[in-house]
Design a protein around this ligand. Sequence first.
Ligand code: ATP
Length: 248
Amino acid sequence: MRSVAPVNQTRAVELDSVTKHYSHGVTALDDVTIGFAAGTFTAVMGPSGSGKSTMLQCAAGLDRPSSGRVIVDGRDLARLGERKLTLLRRDRIGFVFQSFNLLPSLTAEQNVALPLRLAGRRPDRDLVRQSLEAVGLGGRAGHRPTELSGGQQQRIAIARALVTRPAVLFADEPTGALDANTSRDVLRLLRTLVDRQAQTIVMVTHDPVAASYADRVVFLADGRVYGELHDPTAELVSTRMLQLEASC
Ligand SMILES: Nc1ncnc2c1ncn2[C@@H]1O[C@H](COP(=O)(O)OP(=O)(O)OP(=O)(O)O)[C@@H](O)[C@H]1O
């Protein structure tokens, strides 16, 4: 059963009137105001070029908005200098991508420990093992990425993103490179992390089935928020996407 959102839920991430201009007069985000409550799973959908990745990059502090505010874990990113922003990204924000980005020469355990090493911390073996167990791969600690399936590699990437216990996990098309069965395993894992550990997850996807694992789907078009769905089904998400594409 899904977690029930408590009243007065705190927001792990907030975007307040965020606009992002790129060169050649492109406005990728146009005055976007949206919040992501702690302990919830949100999918972000929209036609190609609607600003989904840009929104994730701005929310994760990987890119700076042209105007507006981004608040993560109670901190206004615009007020942080580069060093403090790097620390916040490293300690409080997790990111997984379509490509797993694991280091091929390292074992699963060493890949998961990497964020701790990069932070100059001696990796706590128990913590690394717990992260591997949380993604169901406690028995694969000594395996290298080439010895793991695509779904297992993505689960290692998720364990690596979670080892610092981030306030939010951003996922950009995390199942984009996986087949339907493997995708389902990864999506179930994300759902379990929300339900059992109250992890906050924001996931960009093109797939209505993937979006149906979320508590809420936010639709973007032309850099703007065009509504949302709560407790989505894949059918409802597909219908909304068709309506959105027809109106663009
Ligand atoms: N670095 C950049 N420089 C210039 N324009 C960019 C840059 N990055 C993105 N854009 C433009 O910003 C708009 C939004 O792009 P974005 O990648 O956020 O969309 P998206 O919804 O994630 O697309 P897709 O589903 O195709 O991945 C697009 O028009 C894109 O061409």
